[in-house]
Design a protein around this ligand. Sequence first.
Ligand code: UT7
Length: 339
Amino acid sequence: MATSAIVSIGAYVPSRVVTNDDLSKIMDTSDEWIRTRTGIHQRHMAVAEETTASMSFNAAQAALETAAMDAGDLDWILLCTDTPEMWTPATACFVQESLHAKKASAIDLTGGCAGFLQTLELADAAAQLGKTVMVIGTELLSRSMDWSDRSTAVLFGDGAGAVIVTPDRGHGIQLTHSRTYSDGSQTEILQKPYGGTRHAIPPEIVAHGGHHRIHMEGRKVFRHAVHRMSQAAREVLADMNMDVDTIDWVVPHQANQRILTAVADALHIPMDKVFSHVENYANTGSASIILALADMFQQDLILPQQRLISIAFGDGFSWGSAIWTVQSLPPTRFIGRDQ
Ligand code: UT7
């Protein structure tokens, strides 16, 4: 049963663009390898003064301004990230202060690439209580890269997205149905193992700046991602008694092009219905679906009354799928978008 809607979208990517050729100057890789294996041509990366909170603020402010909404009307700020401003307090509190969202309760969630869909479910529940919720998906992944691990370091980019979720009043993107899942038996395949209570950050990493490092077994992630994303999409469609042909657009987590193609094949969906801009932005974790949505609306690709399906998979493992109905075009602003 539909209860909430996305009524505004804001997105932000840093102005610094790092191409595959740029990476080939600092590691043993090539534009040809990265393009062929991932479809990625470039990614945006934060400059030194930028942080997760500053990028999140830019996206959140864009979502408010484009809809002429007041930060004082926000009841919740739910911010999902794997790259927080600091351990505590929540990155959402920094954003709350910058926005002057005086009555908003602000909290972070760790959810990785599926985090936006998971956080959206919580926002949907809050909207059932009449709340207005800012959902932010945001990652500054370039500061968590192990630059000596070429198979992982080339995959990611930085960015932030924000959507405002309210009770469904017949406009914006209706959150028609969604399901999210987790399987904690696979935590070792994709993780940032150091700096928590289990493992201190090793001295050699501290010596090089001390940031947490992502560890990923790419092949295993690939296999799980394709299986879980297509399974989740089938389940939400079955729940709604909908045929895949009734879907106008797939708005997937922008993991990499080979994953998107494999999922589309598994679901028998033609690629021209699967939105991808992974070539420009790479994998921006929990920000990626919001950046994709923002780009699609800015390009006028989505029309009123269209049905969208979103799919995501990430660390945890966590994954999910959501069906959205476009009741009217939500105001959208994407700062730094590639033209
Ligand atoms: O939200 C989910 C996020 N996760 C992902 O999107 C990752 C999913 N995984 C993948 O997309 C793929 O597994 C990768 C793109 C990460 C890797 O592609 P692969 O086809 O699985 O390559 P591989 O790891 O099996 O490595 C093949 C070869 C190896 O060389 P040898 O041993 O055959 O000589 C690697 O050392 O490619 C080499 N290689 C590279 N060469 C140039 C790995 N990374 C690179 C690189 N540049 N960046």
